[in-house]
Write a protein that binds this ligand. Structure first.
Ligand code: HEC
Ligand code: HEC
Ligand code: HEC
Ligand code: HEC
Ligand code: HEC
Length: 208
């Protein structure tokens, strides 16, 4: 009887393990492609794609700091105290200003605490937003373009020449590597003084 229980227990553990493994490797956990509810249905497609507002108007620190940051309420109100000023959709924005309480946006992209990331080094060394976030200027509601598994980071850290672009393409959300990326990329890696793949795949770079 005891043996039977042990066997069933082990089988159960294995099944739970497999289930967890499957879940953690599926897109569901990362919510890829699924927009979470937000206090205001903010549209990048509308503001960036159609109105052409520069990403840096709202994500001001992205070139200088580890975090890109989310815009404070007064950034929205520079326009929305005039445009659609009475819209019910924008009531949470007006309340936020009136009560001096920040809007609580639901985070879309999030790494676990044990992984370190820094925006400024990527942006200044030729990695554009769309390489990681996809075509943000086409997103009606914000969702994660992918789940940021370690393999994704390493696929570029092992061969950055396949992905780096000239500085004037960083904000181009539709950028695709040109036919001569092999030569252009290798030259850019030199220009930007990007370290070799051994250093960039060293565990201590991302796990500090
Ligand atoms: C008018 C302001 C504004 C502009 C311009 C703007 N954003 Fe945003 N962005 C926001 C706000 C507000 C949020 C948080 C709400 C949301 O997720 O929709 C956000 C969220 C994001 C997120 C997800 C953050 C998270 O939770 O992980 C990314 C990535 C992003 N923006 C990238 C961009 C890029 C790239 C551009 C330029 C093409 C851009 N944004 C332009 C206001 C802006
Ligand atoms: C540079 C000016 C500008 C800024 C800054 C701005 N908006 Fe807008 N927003 C507009 C314009 C213009 C419209 C479109 C009005 C129309 O369609 O008639 C709009 C529309 C909207 C709408 C409703 C319509 C839609 O399709 O999205 C929402 C919601 C909204 N904005 C939220 C925000 C939030 C939240 C912020 C701050 C993170 C923000 N906006 C910052 C100019 C701006
Ligand atoms: C190399 C990949 C990569 C590139 C390039 C990149 N991001 Fe991110 N971004 C991330 C990751 C990963 C996170 C989640 C960070 C975390 O949880 O610590 C993130 C988070 C964000 C957030 C949420 C707030 C924050 O700072 O955590 C915004 C906004 C954002 N990115 C905007 C941008 C913009 C704008 C650009 C282009 C200038 C850009 N990102 C380029 C990977 C990237
Ligand atoms: C598309 C290419 C690309 C992707 C994807 C990418 N990186 Fe990077 N990363 C780079 C480049 C290029 C550098 C600059 C290296 C240098 O200066 O030598 C860099 C540098 C870094 C650094 C700083 C290294 C140092 O020397 O201190 C960290 C940390 C980092 N990346 C973490 C990440 C993490 C975590 C992810 C995944 C969420 C990621 N990167 C995804 C290209 C990429
Ligand atoms: C370029 C950045 C980067 C480098 C280099 C890197 N990691 Fe990671 N690692 C991550 C990120 C991001 C995560 C979290 C996402 C995930 O779970 O895949 C992670 C997750 C992990 C995990 C959690 C388990 C899992 O789900 O995979 C372990 C263990 C790990 N890394 C070990 C290592 C070891 C050992 C090395 C060196 C051989 C290393 N990492 C190098 C970015 C990196």
């Amino acid at each position: 009887m005891l043996r039977l229980y042990l066997l069933a227990g082990a089988g159960g553990l294995l099944a739970v393990g497999l289930l967890l493994f499957g879940l953690s490797h599926s897109n569901y956990v990362g919510n890829v492609g699924i927009a979470p509810a937000q206090p205001v249905p903010f549209s990048h497609k509308h503001h960036s794609g159609e109105l052409g507002i520069d990403c840096r108007n709202c994500h001001q620190q992205v070139e200088a700091l580890a975090t890109a940051g989310l815009p404070p309420t007064h950034t929205c109100m520079t326009c929305h105290s005039e445009i659609w000023a009475g819209s019910p959709m924008l009531a949470p924005v007006r309340d936020s200003l009136a009560n001096n309480e920040p809007l609580h946006w639901t985070r879309v992209n999030r790494l676990p605490d044990y992984a370190y990331f820094n925006h400024s080094i990527h942006v200044t060394k030729g990695v554009g937003c769309s390489s990681c976030h996809g075509a943000m200027n086409e997103e009606q509601l914000t969702y994660a373009a992918q789940s940021f598994k370690m393999e994704f980071c390493l696929s570029c850290h092992r061969a950055p020449e396949n992905f780096v672009r000239p500085q004037n393409e960083i904000w181009n959300m539709q950028w695709k590597p040109p036919a001569d990326q092999a030569t252009v990329g290798a030259a850019l890696v030199k220009d930007y003084h990007i370290a070799g793949p051994e250093r960039l795949s060293d565990c201590s770079i991302c796990h500090r």
